[in-house]
Design a protein around this ligand. Structure first.
Ligand code: NAP
Length: 324
């Protein structure tokens, strides 16, 4: 069948993305054909497009979507035609109206979670789940620092960390974003105005925080290190401002016997059981209202390049979807 998709032939800025017709064969063994009702746009898509993370070219793009199953390949028993399902974390190619995908990559979407929320927030929500509960276990009474609190991961992680009983210090890049996240944070710091690490020290009686969740990368790395308490952990999970430059492990010793990890969602959802459990945990906090996951930007699929420009230009808050 004919479908529509965004593809790119060479890496570069958002202008390399082109909207085109594609042919989709019948789903193969273990696959289903999913009609996408909404597609998530994530920062990692910009890394694939720019070449920061290499993908074989020409390529589709996008790692997340939700929709309805239209056809089943041989041997698929876990889903049936008409089921709602979503996926996050690849394989690449979600910026499309339809696609074939291995049923093993899909998770069921509960009735209480609309397609737009599943498509726009599953990847970020599962990321918040593993970061807060498994990479470093956030516990009641801790103070945690979460960068880019107004962003997609940031808004989910701040609310969830608070629900776990933590005090949350969130950083943002503008006064408008500070206002937006004030309800989700105990303290908000605009890191474009002065030294955020000094402010974190002041807020923690000089001690620093036991964990920093840093998806900003190069621009915040040193400040994140300086915000940590003795034996604290820097969870460096993204590069929105560029990748962290190489550094000597001796820095971790000098700054307080610190821990550093650079985790990725795929390694925390590596088995079918982990994927289902991570998605179910995230969907449960959405369904019961603990986390208000919001899609703040909607674009036509054909306007994916504009979505990328807005995301990279720091002009988005919360999550972003494309509508095929
Ligand atoms: N490792 C994983 O498993 C995993 C999974 C999902 C996401 N991530 C990472 O998590 C981070 C957040 O992802 P997201 O999709 O939810 O994006 P996002 O937070 O909605 O957008 C990125 C935000 O980063 C901040 N930022 C600071 N400096 C920036 C710069 N120079 N250029 C652009 N943005 C800058 C901006 O907020 P302010 O204007 O407030 O500074 C911007 O809104 C990304 O680094 C992403 O790669 C990692």
């Amino acid at each position: 069948m004919k479908a529509q998709a965004i593809r790119f032939d060479q890496t570069g800025d958002a202008s390399v993305l082109r909207y085109t017709d594609i042919d989709i064969p019948e789903p193969g063994p273990g696959e289903v054909r999913l009609r996408h009702s909404a597609v998530g746009v994530n920062f990692i898509d910009t890394y694939h497009r720019s070449g920061l993370y290499a993908v074989p070219l020409p390529s589709g793009i996008g790692q997340e979507a939700a929709g309805v199953i239209e056809a089943l390949g041989e041997g698929v028993t876990e889903f049936k035609v008409g089921d709602r399902a979503a996926y996050a974390g690849g394989p690449i190619g979600s910026y499309s109206s339809h696609r074939n995908i291995a049923a093993a990559r899909l998770v069921p979407v509960p009735d209480a979670v609309p397609d737009e929320i599943a498509a726009g927030t599953l990847l970020r929500g599962m990321t918040a789940q593993y970061l807060l509960k498994r990479t470093f276990k956030v516990e009641s009474g801790m103070t945690v620092l979460i960068h880019a609190a107004a962003g997609g991961v940031g808004q989910i992680a701040t609310q969830w960390a608070r629900a776990l009983g933590a005090k949350v210090i969130g950083t943002v890049g503008s006064a408008a974003k500070a206002k937006l996240v004030a309800p989700f944070c105990d303290h908000v710091i605009d890191y474009t105005q002065g030294n955020f690490a000094e402010q974190v020290r002041t807020l923690t009686d000089g001690k620093g925080v036991p964990v920093v969740y840093d998806g900003v990368g190069a621009a915040t790395f040193n400040g994140s290190i300086d915000s940590l308490a003795l034996r604290g952990m820097l969870v460096s999970f993204g590069n929105a401002s560029g990748p962290v430059p190489p550094f000597s492990p001796a820095l971790l010793s000098q700054k307080g016997s610190l821990f550093l990890t650079r985790p990725t969602l795929g390694h925390y959802t590596a088995t079918r059981e982990e994927l289902l459990a991570t998605a179910a945990d995230y969907f449960s906090v959405v369904a019961n209202g603990t986390v208000k996951a919001e899609v703040h930007q909607r674009y036509a699929l054909a306007d994916a390049a504009k979505a990328h420009r807005d995301l990279e230009g720091r002009n988005t808050t919360g999550s972003i979807i494309l509508l095929p």
